[in-house]
Design a protein around this ligand. Structure first.
Ligand code: SAM
Length: 243
């Protein structure tokens, strides 16, 4: 059952996504913890485990926001490695850069303002591409997937961590109620922006389910595409090889 579900219009999606992340940037990390009860941290750890970072690797973290995936990647690499955080929203990038300074991460990470659909990177230039809670915000998913393939070196890997379809019926009901009642209220209380969190719920609802996304990633030319459900399918990690 869906409460007050409204379609996101693709023609107005990009300016709306911009406005949403402009509005939440300064509270983004706090809200992430509050809304997910900290679970997003476990999901990000799962992603890093799958990537198995090593010294010398180059990561491109698209829709990288405030840098979570890149910081974790560099820490796990256990030696010099390179991360590019690319996000369309400058405010998110600026918050990320401040966080990097606070953490003492002064080298190994570069911050780029850019669109997932037209990445400002050379073809075949990175070993790993990640997009965490980003693909559902992109207007043309297939254009973003084609760009992912273009920038990856042959033998490189693609990873997408994103909200997905809950596979356990009992959990589905609880999750729906939480999404349409608690979440927007939390958004109102902490970020003063109910609409932004309403958008979050709607964008999750409209995003392709696990199997459909496998099909889209395969259609973009990736090999051995698979997924792993996290917390009963609330989120999933999709991966594929750039052949
Ligand atoms: N990856 C981070 C994380 O996991 O905490 C941030 C995720 S945040 C929910 C989504 C991010 O996607 C926002 O920072 C937003 O600006 C960015 N974004 C939206 N559309 C984008 C696009 N077309 N290209 C690049 N980034 C985009």
């Amino acid at each position: 059952r869906w409460f007050g579900f409204r379609e996101v219009d693709p023609r107005t999606k990009a300016p709306m996504v911009r406005q949403v992340f402009d509005s939440v940037a300064t509270n983004y990390d706090l809200m992430n913890d509050l809304m997910s009860g900290g679970i997003h941290r476990l999901w990000k750890s799962d992603l890093i485990e799958l990537i198995r970072p090593r010294p010398g690797m180059t990561l491109l973290d698209v829709a990288g926001g405030t840098g979570d995936i890149s910081f974790r990647f560099l820490e796990a690499a256990g030696g010099p490695a390179q991360a590019f955080v690319c996000d369309i929203n400058e405010k998110m990038i600026l918050v990320g850069r401040d966080r990097a300074v606070d953490r003492g991460v002064l080298s190994g990470v570069d911050w780029i303002v850019g669109d997932a659909e037209t990445l400002p990177l050379k073809s075949r230039s990175v070993d790993v591409y990640t997009i965490a809670f980003g693909l559902r915000n992109v207007t043309r998913i297939d254009a973003a997937l084609a760009e992912a393939r273009r920038v990856l070196r042959p033998g490189g890997r693609f990873f997408c961590l994103e909200f997905s379809r809950v596979v356990l019926p009992v959990l589905r009901d609880v999750y729906d109620r939480y999404s349409f009642t608690v979440l927007p209220r939390l958004g109102q209380m902490v970020a003063g922006d109910r609409e932004a969190y309403q958008y979050l719920v709607e964008s999750i609802r409209q995003f392709p389910d696990q199997r459909s996304l496998v099909g889209r990633i395969e259609a973009a030319g990736f090999g051995q595409v698979r997924y792993r459900n996290l917390t009963g399918g609330i989120a999933a990690i999709h991966s594929g090889w750039r052949l």
